[in-house]
Write a protein that binds this ligand. Structure first.
Ligand code: GLU
Length: 378
């Protein structure tokens, strides 16, 4: 066991929220097709260290199909989609059980999230997924995430967990996405096929040149090669998340990374918050708005969230999760933001205290009508 007290890698030290993607080739022993228990135990120890440093951790874990093939004796054949889905169904239970066992021993809870493309790509569904993930983290539960391979159809699935992990990182506004893999970073050419390669440690901008370096370095059982990692890095860095590619096979590889071990880092373009604000501005819809009173206007200008109590009136037909304009009582445009309730709900709680929302609606989604992190003020 490597023992460390502090985090040397600045990007991880500064991060609050970290998504760790674990590839099939690490979690499943390629020779036996069974779960690599000692590896999972070891990684869990490294994750416990990050938790002790108050980091929020989400795990995107592959391995369902590979484990399911073993479970169902389907190893040595190329599978039809329906067989792959059956394998995913059988393997996912094994995978989830393994994560649960290893964290339970250390008094840490985890929860399983299986997402389909639609759960992340449709705004309203994505908001629900985000709320669940945020709630798990608030309750100190580690989300263990995978694609719902059992029902996803070929055309509308991610197919590889690199991109799924990038979408998750974007959704939860993670600061760092760590892609643990069977390769330690980005090389100018495939290091397995030639020796004359350059290692690229830091990437500020994913240029065409960088994309060209990503030769498809498929390992035996994983779906992703370097190409999917670059695609993932593009998504996550644009959302303000640093992306790290590091080798995950060795014991305590995560701790070694934290201590400054070998890796490639794709630098975030913006902070997660400014990336989100840029996105909010791009989705502005002038026909959907709320009007707020003087007190709320003052609160917003001093960086506070908008509460139902400060709302005077609202337009019709907006859904929870939509971007709506915020107007002052004299019709001045103050800014815009993501509304946490739909227009019918807002009508029912307009001018009311947050503590009364549950009584008025029969449920309460959150205290704020628009949270300050979901808002851009002019
Ligand atoms: N979702 C797939 C599985 O659990 C893995 C996809 C990937 O390897 O990226 O088997």
């Amino acid at each position: 066991m490597v023992s460390i007290k502090s985090i040397n890698l600045e990007s991880i030290n500064k991060a609050n929220r970290i998504v760790i993607k674990v590839g099939s080739s690490l979690i499943v022993n390629p020779n036996t097709g069974y779960i690599n228990n000692s590896w999972v135990e070891n990684l869990a120890q490294d994750i416990l260290f990050l938790l002790s440093k108050n980091k929020e951790i989400l795990i995107v874990s592959s391995g369902a199909v590979a484990l399911g093939k073993t479970e169902l004796n389907l190893q040595n054949k190329s599978l039809k989609l329906s067989e792959k889905q059956a394998a995913a169904a059988a393997g996912q239970i094994v995978l989830a059980k393994s994560w649960k066992n290893v964290f339970e021993k250390n008094q840490v809870k985890c929860g399983q999230i299986l997402v389909s493309h639609n759960d992340l790509e449709t705004r309203r569904n994505a908001m629900n997924t985000k709320t669940t993930l945020d709630t798990l983290l608030k309750l100190k539960v580690i989300p263990i995430i995978n694609e719902n391979d059992t029902v996803a159809t070929l055309e509308i699935r991610y197919g590889d967990n690199d991109q799924l992990a990038a979408r998750i990182s974007q959704l939860v506004e993670a600061d760092v996405l760590i892609l643990l893999s069977d390769i330690d970073g980005l090389y100018s050419e495939d290091p397995k096929s030639t020796k004359k390669v350059e290692f690229i440690a830091e990437i500020d901008n994913i240029s065409k040149n960088i994309e060209d370096m990503a030769k498809n370095t498929k390992s035996n059982i994983a779906s992703g090669g370097m190409i999917t990692k670059i695609k993932a890095a593009k998504i996550a860095t644009a959302a303000g998340c640093n992306v790290i590619i590091a080798h995950g096979q060795d014991k305590n590889s995560l701790l070694k990374l934290i201590m400054g071990g070998k890796h490639s880092i794709f630098k975030a373009n913006l902070t997660p918050l400014s990336a989100k604000k840029k996105w909010i501005l791009s989705k502005r819809n002038k026909l959907k708005f709320i009007i707020i009173d003087k007190g709320a206007e003052k609160a917003l200008l001093s960086g506070k969230s908008l509460l139902a109590a400060g709302i005077k009136a609202s337009s019709r037909s907006f859904n929870r999760g939509e971007i709506i304009d915020i107007l002052s009582i004299n019709d001045k445009l103050l800014g815009c933001g993501i509304i946490a309730y739909d227009s019918k709900e807002i009508k029912m709680i307009t001018g009311k205290q947050s503590k009364d929302i549950k009584k008025l609606l029969g449920y309460k989604l959150r205290d704020e009508a628009i949270h300050r992190n979901d808002m851009v003020i002019n």
